[in-house]
Design a protein around this ligand. Structure first.
Ligand code: NAP
Length: 300
């Protein structure tokens, strides 16, 4: 249980509702910031603004998957109020107060470092990233269906990257009957792609691997689908970029060439917010319980 644990949940989308539900079930004392337009009430949870929270009592702060914007703003779909987190606010929390987010950026990293608090990026964990790849893939299938006029079956699809998302994407499109090739740079990834019965290619050869593609799905968070690569694609190729913002595609060049290229962030929150929220809630509550059991005095 999380009895007497004071936790601020700041902003987010429908995924946070699962987190709030689970935290209230575990009897935590919750402050909900950026939820003033949420009709639903949760027992043990108080809707308030960041200024109204007693920061000195907080054991944990839960941010959305995206963390903050580069200006420190915490995005929320449940309020029109702008919520901005600052290092000065974090400094007012107790030393053991831990900040949880999905991913982070330089702004959040610097803010937490300046306040000497601990930041836990849940999406760096393999378990969270692998579970989360399931709704990500379902959202990708949805997008491919929405934006093409051909079946996935028998279509030529390249997946770039064989990480946690890339592997799930490649396997799913293969199971749907597509001709899947996968680009990677590590020999062990090339070996794994071969073992999966898919067509491997080295990313250094990407420019020569796209002339027959119907769909190119990028999962690599680096500039990889460059103008040189796009120039070799047929005009009907659909590029779906799953990598976190700003993605790995030269979108301006794609537009100039008339190639449809879509950055598709946050698919789990769009296609399956309840499942995606549960994935985060399960791991988050496990970590919070471990921390509370270890005792505040033992935490950094
Ligand atoms: P991951 O497990 O770290 O995989 C990333 C892959 O990119 C690895 O295969 C890695 O290969 C490769 N890579 C990284 N930098 C590279 C570079 N400079 N050149 C060539 N290859 C490079 O990450 P993930 O969990 O699969 O997530 C992939 C991306 O999708 C992330 O940006 C994540 O934030 C995003 N994501 C998006 C959604 C969505 O809804 N759109 C959902 C979940 C995740 P090496 O091992 O060779 O480095």
């Amino acid at each position: 249980m999380l009895t007497n644990q004071h936790i601020a949940v700041i902003g987010g989308d429908a995924r946070q509702l699962e987190i709030i539900r689970k935290l209230t079930e575990l009897n935590a004392d919750l402050y909900l910031i950026g939820f003033d337009q949420l009709d639903h009430g949760f027992t043990g949870a108080t809707k308030c603004t960041l200024d109204e929270v007693k920061l000195t009592t907080l054991d944990a702060i839960v941010l959305p998957v995206s963390g903050t914007t580069i200006e420190g703003e915490v995005e929320t779909i449940f309020s029109n109020e702008k919520v901005v987190l600052t290092a000065d606010q974090l400094k007012q929390t107790p030393a053991h107060c831990t900040v949880y987010s999905g991913i982070s950026n330089s702004c959040l990293n610097e803010m937490v470092a300046e306040a000497s608090r601990t930041l836990v990026r849940l999406f760096e964990r393999d378990d969270v990233a692998i579970y989360n790849s399931i709704p990500t893939v379902e959202g990708t299938v949805m997008m491919v269906i929405q934006h093409t006029d051909i079946t996935i079956h028998q279509s030529n699809i390249a997946v770039l990257g064989l990480g946690r998302v890339g592997m799930s994407v490649a396997r799913t499109f293969d199971a749907l009957g597509a001709n899947v090739s996968v680009g990677a740079r590590k020999p062990e990834h090339i070996a794994r792609i071969t073992e999966m019965g898919l067509k491997p290619f080295h990313l250094s050869d990407l420019v020569n691997q796209v002339s027959h593609l119907d769909v190119c799905i990028n999962t690599i968070p680096a500039q990889i689908v460059t103008s040189q690569v796009i120039a070799k694609m047929p005009s009907h190729t659909l590029v779906i970029d799953l990598a976190s913002k700003p993605g790995g595609t030269d979108f301006r060049y794609a537009e100039k060439r008339g190639i449809k290229a879509l950055l598709a962030p946050g698919l789990p929150g769009i296609v399956a917010p309840k499942t995606a929220g549960k994935i985060i809630a399960n791991v988050l509550t496990q970590l919070l319980i471990e921390r509370s059991q270890n005792g505040k005095e033992n935490t950094p």
